[in-house]
Design a protein around this ligand. Structure first.
Ligand SMILES: [Zn+2]
Ligand SMILES: [Zn+2]
Length: 145
């Protein structure tokens, strides 16, 4: 399934005038295969052996290019550990407070919240972000022992 998504993503890059370097290709491929919302550092570590000359900054720059084109979303948490999500469809996240894992879940978009916020504040809403926190099943299994 990811072959087609990869090709589509590459076509999007090309039509945006972005040059496809081998590193850029590898970062993109990794992101599309990882459903784990990796950080730039995770991607760097995974590709380090293949591209010894690549730095974390290079990975981050590539991710920024992808974000500007709309191929990935950056999830910031107020520190340097932004997570990158190549699922750009509407979805929500649940985050494990023990291991930091982020899992996607789908729920109808909470349009009422946006409409209410607009009414109450007079803002024009562009989007919203909702996260649910807890302990994942693996972490629960570990603490049970
Ligand atoms: Zn966990
Ligand atoms: Zn996600």
């Amino acid at each position: 399934m990811s072959e087609q998504r990869l090709q589509e993503a590459i076509d999007t890059l090309k039509s945006s005038g972005v040059r496809i370097t081998p590193q850029r290709h590898a970062v993109l491929e990794y992101l599309l295969n990882a459903m784990t919302h990796p950080t730039a550092d995770d991607i760097y570590k995974a590709l380090e052996s293949k591209f010894p000359n690549m730095s974390v900054a290079t990975v981050y720059n590539n991710l920024r290019v992808f974000r500007e084109i709309g191929l990935v979303r950056e999830l910031t948490y107020g520190d340097s550990s932004s997570r990158f999500d190549c699922n750009t469809s509407d979805h929500y996240h649940i985050i494990c407070e023990t291991c930091g894992k982020i899992v996607d879940f789908h729920y109808p978009k909470l349009n009422e919240v946006e409409a209410l916020a607009e009414q109450v504040t007079g803002f024009t809403v562009s989007h919203h972000r909702m996260e649910v926190y807890g302990t994942c099943s693996q972490c629960k299994a570990k603490t049970a022992h």
